[in-house]
Ligand binder design. Structure first.
Ligand SMILES: [Ca+2]
Ligand SMILES: [Ca+2]
Length: 205
């Protein structure tokens, strides 16, 4: 609130800005060993053929499902976690080496909401031609229990084995809302942008 006595030549005004609700820090990551930086697959439930690899998206390690030799059907890593408050998004990275076709070999990722009893396909069956890291995300609801399953499928045929790398599996939050003086709410920008905006506003006065 600002108060002025309406007397000429000594106007008083106050700028208000950036009243923040919530915390800017990200929610705690409920996933265990989501970046595989233990150098093991601890924290994950495994089926088929799985291992750790030093071909990582970040850090030193990633998970590898399937293999350079043919594997039989699904090889998977799964983990059950509860989405913390302020959590909105699950994010992961994968890279698929697929010399076959999607009829026979693929990567897929599913996310079961154990609280709601529904399953979302985060990554539909894919056998990409490019062996590159790809980001995938899915919306999550704070407080719900989820089971995430990372799957590589190979048809066990010699000579066209498919494998998938997974890394940086993490829960990320939303930016807290900020309310400006005109009542609009805006997403939090980076600190540098904010400061530049503030300087601009002050200069206009
Ligand atoms: Ca990693
Ligand atoms: Ca194959």
């Amino acid at each position: 609130m600002d108060h002025d006595d309406n007397y000429p030549s000594d106007p008083t005004y106050t700028l208000f800005d950036d009243v923040a609700i919530g915390s800017a820090s990200p929610p705690p990551n409920p996933l265990v060993n989501g970046g595989f930086e233990t150098g093991t697959l601890s924290g994950w439930t495994l089926t088929g053929t799985t291992s750790v690899t030093t071909v990582a998206h970040s850090g030193a390690y990633a998970a590898l499902a399937g293999g350079t030799s043919q594997t039989n059907g699904d090889s998977s890593l799964s983990q059950t976690f509860t989405a913390p408050s302020a959590a909105t998004t699950l994010s992961l990275w994968y890279a698929t080496k697929c010399p076959d076709t999607v009829t026979y070999d693929w990567t897929t990722v599913t996310l079961r909401d154990n609280t709601a009893g529904t399953t979302t396909t985060v990554v539909p069956r894919t056998c990409p031609t490019a062996y590159v890291w790809v980001n995938a995300t899915a919306g999550i609801i704070a407080g719900h229990s989820y089971t995430l399953t990372l799957i590589n499928h190979d048809d066990n045929y010699p000579g066209d084995s498919t494998y998938t790398l997974f890394d940086d599996v993490a829960v990320v939050g939303s930016s807290p809302l900020r309310f400006s003086a005109d009542g609009r709410s805006t997403r939090v920008k980076s600190g540098d942008e904010d400061e530049a905006d503030d300087r601009e506003r002050v200069r206009k006065r």
